[in-house]
Write a protein that binds this ligand. Sequence first.
Ligand code: AMP
Ligand code: MN
Ligand code: MN
Length: 330
Amino acid sequence: MTDNIYKKIALKLHNYSKILIFPHVNMDGDCLGSSAALCHVLRGFGKEAYVLADDVTPHNLDFLESGVVTRDYDVFDEYDLAVLVDCGSRSRIGERASVFDRARERAVIDHHGVMENDAEFNFGIIESSSAATAELVYLIASEMGAEFTLPIAECIFAAINTDTGSFQHSNTTARTHKIASEIYGIPGFDGNRIVQLIYNRKSLGAIQLEGRIVSEMEVCCGGKVVLSAVTQAHLAETGTLMNESDGIIQKLMSIDGVEIGCILKEIDDKTARVSLRAKSYANVARVAQKYGGGGHMRAAGLTFEGTIGEAKAEIAKALEAELVRSNDEK
Ligand code: AMP
Ligand code: MN
Ligand code: MN
């Protein structure tokens, strides 16, 4: 039965000519890869389609732009359809919300369980059991009868690979592997090339940054919670950008016995962005939601209004409480 929903969306998408696709702010591999893949699919059917981004693409994901990304808010005066990808609310697309509002109709393709209900959609899918939004894009594209070209294969594979932590996270399913295996069948596809592009192009500074953040980590709750902060001073000292710290949380999670990992990122002296991960039973989305953020049970994020010190003290307390609660629920 659930197959029908992909088909329904596929049939709908055939009805529009001018389409803008919106990945969420602080682009990651899934939102950019899914958006770009969808854009290639739509262009393959002769439609005018663009991915509208406004932040800088992280260096390791630059290849995903694949000629479909624009930052021009006026690329269309009027257009038929806006699609939110890998997010389900207006609040997740920042300044571009004004462009989203200009669309004749709106759709959503997402896999986040929590949303703010600040946008109305004509159609769409929010499937929280999907490991990555890219799985949904793949299934919809299949129902559309799309020709799976190499850029589509590369974007979908990169999106799935990044959102599953290279098929390690608990969101990974048989379907995830099935789609990945089908992608290996697309002519010219080279999985190792994509993995090298995503994971093995770090700057020297990024590795030095990682070393600092790991050595400064704080462990609490009997070794079950680990936190560390990335400050503007760290970035200046190592000559790095904040998005180069994105993979560090995985290092913290690899410690034996750790259930919750937290990286706090100092945006300025009044704002911190917080990334949360859980290994097997804690619900970090609950903590993120408490502070106006969101995400999945095992990977969530939030923006904290306050200094990095205040953020760390407050979030550490909230994580300790979450650990107790999730232990009780076990
Ligand atoms: P991150 O730690 O930034 O990689 O985010 C982990 C997950 O939480 C991703 O699925 C994000 O889309 C989601 N997320 C991060 N920050 C927010 C936020 N402020 N509001 C809602 N969802 C978020
Ligand atoms: Mn995402
Ligand atoms: Mn995602």
